[in-house]
Design a protein around this ligand. Structure first.
Ligand code: DX5
Ligand code: ZN
Length: 225
């Protein structure tokens, strides 16, 4: 199980400090939500922030592009130190060339799906990705409530992964706390983005360890399709 604190929920006045805190917590990934004010109604931060936090978090920087024109952003984010770059399936015809471009930059390839989008939209791409990101809130803001209707999408993607003998990770993002992480783990998720529920704790290490333990235990009692 991988826990990925989301920098979106951290103190924006102290990104380096917060990234170092996430590193000390033992989190395997640090999730960076990139918002362009067009694909989503919010603006967060850009490649310069990835570059700034890079020396403070030595494991995986998991960059999630909620952007309408990611083709102009892939190189700057790759050069800034991203390890994994995720784009959205809602981009339609752009998806295949974008996935190839991320791969050509030597980065892990992720594909995300928003709550209103049918999970079948992902199926053509499953063999081309290292990560599927199931959004469990409508993208744009942290602190939103988990959308329960997204759980069957996790189960469906997990079933396809097994049937097709693929190895991609299944990440969930939005409204994730310990209880919900357990529910998502039972459905087949193995990577958990959490902002509000983790960064609110003074002891981030304990919060990360607790979520990882709860998700791992729950995954032993799967509720798959
Ligand atoms: C939404 C963001 C959030 C964030 C996590 O666009 O992607 O899901 O990462 O936020 P919390 O954990 O506060 O819901
Ligand atoms: Zn995200």
């Amino acid at each position: 199980m991988i826990i990925a604190p989301s920098l979106l929920a951290s103190d924006f006045a102290r990104f380096g400090h917060e990234a170092a805190r996430a590193h000390r917590s033992g989190a395997e990934w640090l999730h960076l939500d990139i918002m362009d004010g067009h694909f989503v109604p919010n603006i967060s931060f850009g490649p310069q922030v990835v570059k700034a936090v890079r020396p403070h978090f030595e494991r995986t920087l998991d960059v999630h592009l909620m952007c309408s024109k990611p083709e102009i952003l892939l190189e700057p984010f790759a050069a800034a130190g991203s390890d994994s770059i995720t784009i959205h399936v809602e981009l339609g015809a752009q998806v295949t060339p974008l996935l190839w471009k991320i791969r050509s930059l030597g980065k892990k390839v992720g594909l995300a799906v928003n709550p209103p989008t049918r999970v079948s939209e992902l199926k053509p791409y499953l063999s081309q990705v290292d990560l599927i990101l199931i959004m469990t809130v409508n993208p744009g803001f942290g602190g939103q409530p988990f959308i329960e209707e997204c759980v069957p999408k996790i189960q469906q993607v997990a079933a396809w992964r097994q049937q097709m003998g693929l190895q991609f990770r299944i990440e969930v993002d939005g409204g994730i706390n310990d209880t919900i992480a357990a529910e998502c783990a039972r459905a087949g998720a193995d990577t958990f983005v959490a902002g509000t529920s983790l960064f609110k704790h003074r002891n981030l290490g304990n919060a990360v360890k607790r979520m990882r333990r709860i998700a791992t235990e729950a995954s032993r009692d799967p509720k798959l399709l």
